[in-house]
Design a protein. Structure first.
Length: 309
């Protein structure tokens, strides 16, 4: 605990979880978001990515482009709006008997995705996050914009042999802080993404090549350490940018609040079609335990699971 009293801790804390209003510069453009990037890996997530792109096209009308970054061939995707572009990548995933090869691959696709955009203001969202409004974010270099979650990322390393934990975690600060950046909604300038992605990928590969496969590989643990290492300011956009649908209204027929900008989760997808018809329709989504049951399976569990409508 005493290491948190040192100057490095105070420095990082002063640049972490900054209120968005405190970063806005008067006279500068109100919004710099021009590209939305949607990472998606696996054939079973194609429709989810298509729906995500459809929502972005309909409700975030100021976008110049919407980019789906996938490991699947573009021919497998249904016809999409003119702004939507599909980029297919084939990064190397884990070899051998690793239990979470598909999740590992999906994380790599995500870490490479922002660099596939062609404009300078890039927002990356998970494929299960639907934009219900145009996000207006004034971007600054060496800042990352997100909403925040509760839980120390360093807890992912509990039970690991201390000798194998990479040194950049031992000397880091952000992985130990309870408030952490939510990786499902991340915005930054192109120059900032060009700094972030290479180190994020390196930390991700190194972390999950060393640690045992007793849990799904997360991108958010290396994200926290990477932001530390590069001394990036992390800005909190508030809960409406990344509103957890299943947690808030799962299991109860409800209307999505008008304040929501990014709606995260919400299954089955067929309920979202009702929103496209009218935002005033009541929607009935599954509870918050559903996502973890069906999205964080080992490869063997995934093969045995029945597809859910």
């Amino acid at each position: 605990m005493f290491k948190f009293l040192n100057p490095k801790y105070r420095h990082i804390l002063s640049r972490h979880n900054l209120p968005y209003a405190n970063t806005v510069v008067a006279g500068a453009p109100k919004n710099n978001i021009t590209s939305v990037v949607i990472p998606s890996a696996g054939a079973d997530y194609i429709e989810e990515a298509c729906l995500c792109a459809e929502f972005a096209n309909k409700f975030a009308t100021q976008l110049q482009e919407i980019v789906i970054v996938t490991d699947q061939d573009a021919s497998l995707f249904r016809p999409l709006p003119e702004k939507v572009r599909i980029v297919t990548l084939n990064p190397e995933t884990k070899t051998g008997d690793y239990r979470y090869k598909q999740i590992y691959l999906s994380r790599l696709i995500k870490l490479l995705a922002p660099l596939q955009a062609k404009t300078d203001g890039i927002l990356m969202i998970d494929s299960d996050l639907n934009l219900l409004k145009m996000p207006e974010i004034q971007l600054h270099e060496n800042h990352i914009y997100s909403s925040f979650r509760q839980g120390k990322m360093i807890a992912k390393l509990e039970g690991c042999d201390p000798e194998i934990i990479p040194a950049y975690y031992k000397d880091s600060v952000r992985p130990y802080i309870v408030d952490h950046v939510n990786g499902a909604f991340l915005a930054a300038t192109r120059k900032t993404w060009e700094r972030l992605c290479p180190l994020w990928i390196m930390f991700f590969r190194d972390t999950w090549n060393i640690l045992p496969d007793n849990q799904p590989p997360t991108d958010q643990l290396p994200l926290a350490a990477m932001l530390d290492t590069l001394d990036i300011k992390s800005v909190n956009l508030g809960d409406w940018m990344n509103w957890p649908v299943s947690k808030k209204i799962g299991g109860t027929p409800s209307v999505i609040p008008k304040e929501v900008i990014g709606a995260h989760g919400g299954f089955p997808l067929t309920e979202w079609q009702k929103y496209l018809v009218s935002p005033d329709n009541e929607l009935l989504f599954k509870g918050q335990d559903y996502t973890r049951k069906v999205r964080y399976l080992t490869d063997v569990e995934k093969q045995k699971a029945e597809p859910d409508a």
